[in-house]
Design a binder for this molecule. Structure first.
Ligand SMILES: [Zn+2]
Length: 495
């Protein structure tokens, strides 16, 4: 039986976020499993890259030996000591008593540490240093990976998932296990080509259910029907990491045909660069967005979901931005709810006052000066308190534990406000349900998310309106203090 090491270190790091990411950030996400404890992820029914790898790998008759699995909600750059701890857990978890036939890993691709701009490249480099270049490595990546020289030089086969919202992570894990199995059985001899593009794609333009990504996805799928093609993936990259090697890329894997891999990557790359202007962000301002919501109210079948792309904790933002919140409170439209404002100080105040109390608060806008100032609110009613824990119900990463920490439901006029302690992107209505809010009964539901919320909310929403006020995950990349990205690159430079 083939002995396969499986593991995961997953973090999308925003160099623009104020606070570094520590071990505590990983711990509180509730995904920190060592060695065989990793199998518990299957027991809780989590559908993600690593469970796809483990379950498919086992089904294919390989002996899967997990070393370590962790994930933290996207946040600031990983501290040097935290990165060292993650590396230690990962490598200490590898069973070296018997020969290793392969590695099948779930990495992100946009991890940055204080002294290592390429976390995934460093993991792969260390595997090669310890175990040599003979042993095959297959790695799944997030579509927001910034593919780097180190990753390519590691000779690992890179298999990014394709969809945004990322609803194909489990299937990508399965595909990775199959690829490794076929390679070990010598049914295929995969080769890879990566084409890096001088292009930054804002998260506001990433949705693969909409133009221009939808067309691009179809083009890649078409390429995959060519004989000998194993995978053709367009990788969005993650500008907000602000490392030299930020940017989009095309990754092609073929069965032994290097020329085909290169040609295909060039074809897709040329198409993208010719159409680069289609990837420019074009969202509404808060005022425009709320105006539109009011105009649509009477004829919307289902709640109007207003998402705030620029303060998306799923891209490492603080989640305490107040631009949209302030406007929704000002307009006081009947049946409005907002989730989730991350403000542990306000949560503590509400909890100590208790359910049924009325309090005066300064809500949000506390982390930095980039996401708006605190909103002063008087006579706010404390409706409910919860521990903020549940498992994701969305088709994306279904079953994943979520931990918003202590969370409260506050009411001001017609507006219900969910205020949480830990930053986490709104993926579904779980946090609302914990607090007794049925979003289907509301006129307007605001969420802090760029795209992932759609995997769940699309089917229950009447309309979706994206607004993009200032914030460190804005689609307006030229407004960000990006310093390290290799230039020239579109749209920061006119290419
Ligand atoms: Zn992503």
């Amino acid at each position: 039986m083939k002995h396969i090491v499986a593991g995961q270190i997953m973090h999308e790091s925003s160099s623009l976020a104020k606070h570094p990411t520590e071990v505590e950030n990983f711990r509180r996400t509730l995904i920190w499993f060592e060695k065989n404890d990793v199998f518990q992820l299957s027991e809780i029914g989590m559908r993600d890259y690593l469970t796809g790898i483990i379950e498919k790998g086992t089904e294919l008759g390989m002996e899967i030996a997990p070393c370590f699995c962790t994930f933290a909600s996207p946040s600031g750059v990983i501290s040097a000591s935290c990165f060292q701890t993650l590396m230690d857990r990962f490598f200490d978890g590898i069973d070296t008593d018997k020969p290793i036939d392969g590695f099948c890993l779930a990495l992100h691709g946009a991890g940055v540490s204080q002294d290592e701009p390429d976390v995934e490249g460093a993991v792969l480099e260390e595997i090669r240093r310890r175990f040599g270049y003979e042993v095959p490595i297959v790695v799944t990546l997030d579509p927001h990976a910034n593919i780097t020289r180190k990753m390519i030089e590691s000779k690992a086969l890179l298999l990014p998932s394709k969809l945004y919202p990322h609803t194909d992570t489990y299937e990508t894990g399965e595909k990775a296990a199959q690829l490794l199995k076929d390679l070990l059985d010598q049914k295929i001899s995969p080769v890879m080509h990566v084409k890096k593009l001088p292009l930054l794609i804002p998260i506001t333009k990433g949705c693969t259910d909409e133009a221009p990504m939808k067309t691009l996805l179809e083009k890649c799928s078409e390429k995959e029907t060519i004989a000998g093609m194993i995978a053709c993936t367009f990788v969005h990259g993650f500008p907000y990491s602000d490392i030299e090697e930020c940017g989009a890329s095309v990754v092609v894997i073929t069965d032994g045909n290097q020329e085909l891999a290169q040609e295909t990557a060039n074809d897709i790359g040329d198409y993208v660069m010719e159409n680069r202007k289609d990837f420019l962000s074009d969202c509404l301002t808060v005022t425009q967005g709320v105006d539109l919501a009011e105009a649509l109210l009477a004829r919307s079948h289902g709640p109007i979901i207003m998402n705030e792309a620029s303060d998306n904790p799923g891209a490492g933002t603080p989640g305490d931005g107040t631009f949209l919140l302030r406007e929704l409170i000002r307009r006081d439209i009947p049946k409005t709810c907002c989730g989730a404002i991350i403000d542990p100080q306000t949560v503590a105040l509400a909890v100590s006052a208790g359910v049924g109390a009325r309090i005066n608060i300064m809500l949000g806008g506390k982390t930095d000066a980039l996401h708006g100032t605190p909103v002063a609110l008087e006579d706010v009613y404390v409706k409910a308190i919860t521990d903020g824990k549940y498992n994701i119900m969305s088709p994306m990463t279904h079953g994943q534990p979520v931990n918003f920490g202590r969370t409260v439901r506050l009411q001001k006029g017609n507006v219900d406000i969910v205020v949480a302690s830990n930053a986490f992107q709104i993926m579904d209505d779980g946090i609302f349900l914990l607090l007794g809010i049925d979003v289907k009964e509301y006129n307007i539901v605001s969420v802090k998310s760029a795209q992932h919320f759609k995997a769940y909310f699309e089917k229950i929403s009447g309309n979706i309106i994206t607004v993009d006020p200032p914030g460190i995950s804005t689609g307006n990349l030229e407004t960000l203090p990006l310093q390290n990205i290799q230039r020239p690159i579109f749209p920061l430079d006119d290419i």
